[in-house]
Write a protein that binds this ligand. Structure first.
Ligand code: 5GP
Ligand code: ZN
Length: 114
């Protein structure tokens, strides 16, 4: 756990969240400000700041988070499809500097990538 990291505090249970899924490596919860009918965040329990800090050493953990995204999409009934987003750095508008994958779905999403 990293001091002053919001998502570390959520993983640790210090800040409440609506849990969707949890295993020994990752934690998933509903976004507090949903941008789609289904908006879930999947985070590794270990602190990694962003995709920019994914290396060969921790890539399996990031990959595991993606496998969990796929599992949650089934759990949430997102049969029509969904979008996975990971904002990295200021230009992308990353506001929480703990790696997270947004799962967005439950409606026809807009066609814009950015
Ligand atoms: P980013 O902009 O860094 O890609 O995404 C951060 C996300 O975290 C945002 O979608 C924001 O709504 C969500 N968020 C920020 N604070 C909280 C919180 O305290 N609880 C939950 N569940 N989501 C949060
Ligand atoms: Zn953290």
């Amino acid at each position: 756990m990293k001091n002053d990291c919001l998502f570390c505090a959520i993983v640790d249970g210090e800040i409440p969240s609506t849990k969707v899924f949890e295993d020994e490596l990752c934690y998933a919860f509903r976004d507090i400000n949903p941008q789609a009918p289904a908006h879930i965040l999947v985070v590794p329990k270990a602190h990694i700041a962003s995709v920019a800090e994914v290396t060969e050493e921790n890539a399996a953990l990031a990959g595991h988070c993606l496998a969990v995204c796929a599992k949650i999409a089934v759990q949430e009934g997102l049969t029509g499809g969904y979008r996975i987003v990971s904002n990295c750095g200021d230009d992308a508008g990353q506001t929480v500097h703990h790696l997270h994958f947004h799962i967005l779905g439950g409606e026809r999403l807009n066609d814009h990538m950015a």
